[in-house]
Design a protein around this ligand. Structure first.
Ligand SMILES: *Cc1c(COP(=O)(O)O)cnc(C)c1O
Length: 357
């Protein structure tokens, strides 16, 4: 650290993104990207904008808001496009949290929540998942605190029902409930329609996973107009041009091509079912997933050892060195061919006796 670092941030432990290695061509199943490329119309739309990069983009993202509103069944005023949904989460902690207004979230969830809490000097109220890794909605009733819940949750992949979410939103009417729907297109049911009834609900979505745009950085906040206005106050105080020209065009084209992306989701859900069955046949415990990844543990090999053995064989998965889940690895669902490679390497590792890694 330099001697110039502000005391406010000196103790910050930043988020650790999944590895994006360049040393060799891995079978990359570690950061929940789509294995399928963007549709050709998306690439063409981004390319068309490339020649206009000398001009600032539309800070209101008007065209994208119009299309996203139609996609989500809300009004354009209910949408705030952002530079990846991480950005809307940051805006939410900044807008709605402070020293006396904590955020509550599960002990096992998206690793960015505690980082944003720290960054924004917002106390974190950490609530343990049940022993089966599910969220107990009862833990969030009448908290009178801001809440952020990933639904489906990560890295478990397990989802809550809309009625459970609604009971949490209804039972905390004076604080904001953020529902992070990064993985909603892989089997959960979205609670976006509830924003018409509840003025304290913010839903976040991303085009990084189901719409093959992780590298473009595009997410959305969806909420009643007054919450969107508050979030815009933060946005216009930080970075008005947060979604660049090429990404705005790519996002609009992706919405026009929605059928292509929904078909990819259907393939991923199929591949997920086949992979879960194959892992269970090898002796793994696999949590019930509504996402584009599986969270799995094997009695004969620890999560860290399995992660390292797979990496040595050219397959990247994610391991979290954290109590309760250090026996697990999180495996992104790739193409059927990628999953065959993964399963082949796992079989070989288990045959070798597993724990040598
Ligand atoms: C991937 C992910 C995000 C954010 O992704 P962006 O690429 O920033 O849109 C948010 N929440 C969860 C739970 C995620 O897994």
């Amino acid at each position: 650290m330099s001697r110039f670092m502000s005391a406010r941030h000196a103790a910050l432990t930043p988020y650790t993104p999944g590895e994006q290695p360049r040393d060799m061509a891995y079978t990359k199943l570690n950061t929940n990207e789509s294995p399928y490329p963007p549709s050709p119309a998306v690439a063409a739309a981004a390319e068309r904008e490339a020649g206009r990069l000398n001009l600032y983009c539309d800070p209101t993202c008007a065209e994208l808001c119009r299309k996203a509103a139609a996609l989500y069944g809300v009004e354009p005023e209910n949408i705030l496009p952002v530079n990846g949904s991480d950005e809307i989460l940051y805006f939410a902690f900044t807008a709605f949290g402070d020293e006396t207004h904590p955020f509550a979230f599960p002990d096992i969830s998206y690793g960015f929540y505690p980082v944003y809490a720290d960054m924004c000097h917002v106390p974190a109220h950490i609530i343990p998942l049940r022993d089966d890794f599910s969220i107990d909605p009862g833990d969030y009733i009448g908290l009178n605190e801001n809440i952020v819940i990933a639904n489906p949750n990560a890295p478990t992949g397990m989802a809550l029902s809309v009625s459970d979410i609604e009971s949490i939103v209804r039972a905390n009417p004076d604080r904001v409930v953020v529902i992070d729907e990064a993985y909603i297109d892989f089997g959960g049911v979205s609670c976006v329609p509830l924003i018409k009834t509840y003025d304290n609900l913010l839903v976040t979505q991303t085009f990084s996973k189901s719409r093959s745009l992780a590298g473009a950085r595009l997410g959305f906040g969806i909420a009643c107009q007054s919450l969107i206005r508050d979030l815009n106050t933060v946005k216009y105080s930080v970075n008005p041009y947060n979604v660049n020209r090429m990404t705005q065009a790519a996002g609009a084209a992706a919405i026009d091509d929605n059928a292509y992306y929904m078909e990819n989701c259907r393939r991923i859900v199929d591949t997920r079912a086949n992979t879960a069955r194959a892992l269970e046949a090898l002796g793994f415990t696999v949590l019930p997933s509504c996402s584009n990844f599986l969270f799995a543990a094997h009695p004969a090999i620890g999560g860290g050892a399995l992660y390292r053995a797979l990496k040595a064989r050219g397959v990247l998965v994610r391991h979290f060195d954290k109590p309760r889940i250090d026996g697990f690895v999180r495996i992104t669902i790739g193409t059927p061919e990628q999953m065959d490679i993964l399963l082949g390497e796992i079989r070989a590792i288990l045959q070798e006796g597993g724990s040598q890694a």
